[in-house]
Design a protein around this ligand. Structure first.
Ligand code: MN3
Length: 260
């Protein structure tokens, strides 16, 4: 992974700078983008989006466990398709959008900047979201499920901001079940109020508050559960709670909270 810090950051800012070319000066945009959007090099080590420095392309990260490891909560076939096909498609779409936005930055022809900015947000969201999703799950016999370890910062913060873990859990599940069509439920850290919040996301990118960093989330697109659960999203979300890797979420929380 590298030295990557500077390079990832430069790459990310290059892309964001291209997207912002219409709206404001490159410097002003870069400053705002740097503050609002974590560059891959700044992402928590547990959930750093796959990036190949040699080719300058985003890449699909390996799953941190076998596809069947989350059975019976999440079935192996869903995991194979979800990781190998869906996530791969977002990686491909992200690389395409990055390439097109670089061309726009080079030529100055911003006619399609809106289209490629939207593609970037959608596919980039897909890449980052799924990276976090795989990272925050584990088989129940390898740390999945339960609640954050008592005494951790995360456990204390959840109690402070939601009253108790069971209240958080109920809110998170209700939020995931109630997402309209395709989207996500996230546990996020709001850097301004310095609180944990539960938020919905629609598609791969809509609704997430700027200055909030996701630390754990459930994919509630039908592709995430339909093979096993069909229309029973609530059953899938309940099962997801049994595979949340709280030690990893705690580490992501620590990184994110200290980042700004
Ligand atoms: Mn998905």
């Amino acid at each position: 992974m590298s030295s990557a810090h500077g390079i990832d950051r430069r790459a990310a800012l290059g892309v964001l700078g291209a997207a912002g070319v219409v709206a404001m000066s490159a410097t002003a945009f870069a400053r705002q983008a740097a503050a609002a959007v974590p560059a891959p090099g700044n992402a928590p080590a547990d959930a750093r989006p796959g990036w190949d420095e040699a080719t300058g392309q985003y890449v699909l990260p390996a799953l941190p466990y076998a596809p069947e490891a989350l059975e019976p909560h999440i079935d192996a076939e869903t995991m194979r398709l979800h990781h190998g096909k869906h996530h791969q498609a977002y990686v491909n779409g992200l690389n395409k959008a990055v390439g097109e936005l670089r061309k726009i930055a080079e030529t100055g022809d911003a006619a399609l900047v809106k289209h490629w900015s939207r593609e970037l947000a959608f596919h980039g969201g897909g890449h980052v979201n799924h990276t976090i999703f795989w990272a925050v799950m584990a088989p129940p016999d390898k740390g999945g499920g339960g609640a954050p370890q008592p005494g951790t910062e995360l456990a204390a913060q959840i109690d402070r901001d939601f009253g108790s873990f069971s209240r958080f859990s109920a809110l998170f599940q209700a939020s995931a079940v109630a997402v309209e069509a395709s989207g996500w439920a996230w546990l996020v850290w709001d850097h301004v109020s310095r609180r944990l919040m539960v938020q919905q996301m629609e598609r791969q990118q809509d609704l997430l508050m700027t200055y909030a960093s996701p630390i754990m989330g459930a994919d509630v697109w039908e592709h995430a559960y339909y093979l096993r659960y069909q229309n029973r999203r609530a059953d899938y979300v309940k099962a997801f709670m049994n595979v949340i890797n709280w030690p990893v979420v705690d580490r992501i929380f620590a990184t994110v909270r200290g980042a700004r």
